[in-house]
Ligand binder design. Structure first.
Ligand SMILES: NC(=O)c1ccc[n+]([C@@H]2O[C@H](COP(=O)([O-])OP(=O)(O)OC[C@H]3O[C@@H](n4cnc5c(N)ncnc54)[C@H](O)[C@@H]3O)[C@@H](O)[C@H]2O)c1
Length: 391
């Protein structure tokens, strides 16, 4: 079996998630398409890099991503750094012929994302794989919803309602990490989490043509944090800490028109007390409805119009062995999967793409389309007008 030597760049929250995926790919998917080998972990903070090497079992650590890209032994890289660094790292990696799995959003500006898509197109012509980490469309329950749509069981799609609600930044004493700084993050909830549900919405219902949206920043300044790692609200700073302005949104709401004629809405916030990773999708068609909530990610609610009147209503399908990847995760219904298995399914798709040469479903072109929607929402929030998504 072929080995694929991996470099992981950025060893924070997502660096760990990618390592879980690489390590578990051959454990869940056997025979694996190839064996991922944890070669080098890179973090700009030397202690984090060294700690990650020991903890995750990498052969080497580095503090400069250029050393990872220059290493002829490395075949593929995961880019898990804050958003503003993705473009430079990804473009260099693609030019060097490394397969790239880049965290979302692809970058902190539409210009950078377009440059990344250009570099990906050129590299793809030489067999290089490019992929963005929109993992949520890979949830087996979402794959089942897609299957119902493709089989025509829901009829014509009329409406797609999506939310992504979290609570971790609702407390004003949560520090001003990189996620609240426009020059690093690019946007707030709009780029960070609305992008995930935009990806799922377009995966299920096709391209979005036009949007109208609102952005709000509720907490206008936050205490300044030491260090570059975003601890996602797990740290609180006291009232004496120096404060600095927040220049990204806390919340976004937008209406969408799909190219198919369907309509819908997308809302995202990180300030919703009581909502933790509350990703909901409800999709209504002429022949039925599907509804999903990530906090119960092994379930899909379905209702079919052609059930007899006295019997019609929602039923819950529990995903398991009979569904996407259920044969390789846990083979007893109800054992369920979580975030670790989901990131493993994503990494399996990346490794498989490298061995087959077929670009994954969340390639850079698809991510560019999502980020064109993001940019249109930002323009609409400024102008107050319905805004076309640039082709
Ligand atoms: N797919 C998802 O659901 C998901 C979830 C969380 C984060 N993300 C994305 O993953 C990326 C990283 O987010 P995170 O939550 O892991 O952040 P984090 O703050 O936990 O970790 C980022 C790490 O990158 C390091 N770093 C910063 N600049 C670097 C550089 N130039 N070279 C090497 N290392 C550098 C930091 O020291 C830190 O250890 C972001 O793009 C974020 O949007 C995606």
């Amino acid at each position: 079996m072929e080995n694929i030597n991996i470099g992981v760049i950025g060893a924070g929250f997502m660096g760990k998630a990618h390592v879980v995926g690489y390590s578990n790919t051959p454990k869940l998917f056997w025979p694996a398409p190839a064996m991922p080998v944890l070669k080098t972990v890179c973090d700009i903070v030397p202690e984090i890099a060294e700690d990650a090497k020991v903890r995750f079992g990498f052969e080497k650590s580095a503090t400069d991503w250029r050393d990872v890209i220059a290493d002829p032994e490395i075949n593929a890289v995961s880019i898990c750094t804050p958003n503003d660094s993705h473009a430079e790292i990804a473009i260099a990696a693609l030019k060097a012929g490394k397969h790239v799995l880049c965290e979302k959003p692809l970058s902190s500006s539409l210009e950078d994302t377009m440059a990344m898509a250009d570099a990906a197109r050129e590299a793809a012509a030489k067999g290089v794989i490019h992929m963005t980490a929109y993992q949520y469309r890979r949830i087996p329950a979402i794959a089942l919803a897609k299957r119902f749509i493709d089989e025509g069981k829901l009829g014509d799609i009329l409406n797609v309602r999506c939310t992504y609600l979290q609570s971790w930044s609702a407390d004003p004493s949560s520090p001003l990490s990189w996620r609240f700084q426009k020059d690093i993050a690019g946007a707030g909830t709009l780029g960070d989490i609305a992008t995930h549900v935009t990806d799922i919405a377009t995966y299920l219902a096709g391209d979005i043509d036009e949007v109208t949206g609102l952005l709000r920043t509720y907490i206008k300044e936050r205490p300044v944090q030491e260090g570059g790692v975003d601890l996602l609200g797990t740290v609180k700073l006291d009232d004496n800490a120096k404060k600095a302005p927040v220049d990204v949104d806390d919340e976004v709401s937008f209406l969408v028109k799909f190219a198919s004629g369907a309509i819908g809405s997308i809302e995202a916030t990180r300030n919703a007390w009581g909502r933790n990773n509350h990703i909901t999708i409800e999709l209504h068609g002429t022949k039925g409805t599907v509804a999903f909530n990530y906090e119960r990610l092994n379930e899909l609610q379905v209702c079919f119009a052609d059930d007899p009147d006295h019997f019609r209503g929602f039923k819950t399908v529990y995903t398991g062995p009979a569904h996407e990847h259920g044969d390789v995760t846990w083979n007893i219904p109800g054992m369920n999967i979580g975030y670790g298995e989901l990131k493993t399914i994503e990494i399996f798709d990346f490794v498989k793409a490298i061995t087959t040469g077929e670009q994954p479903s969340t390639n850079f072109e698809v991510a560019l389309r999502v980020e064109q929607v993001t940019a249109a929402v930002a323009r609409s929030a400024e102008s107050g007008q319905w805004t076309k998504v640039a082709a």
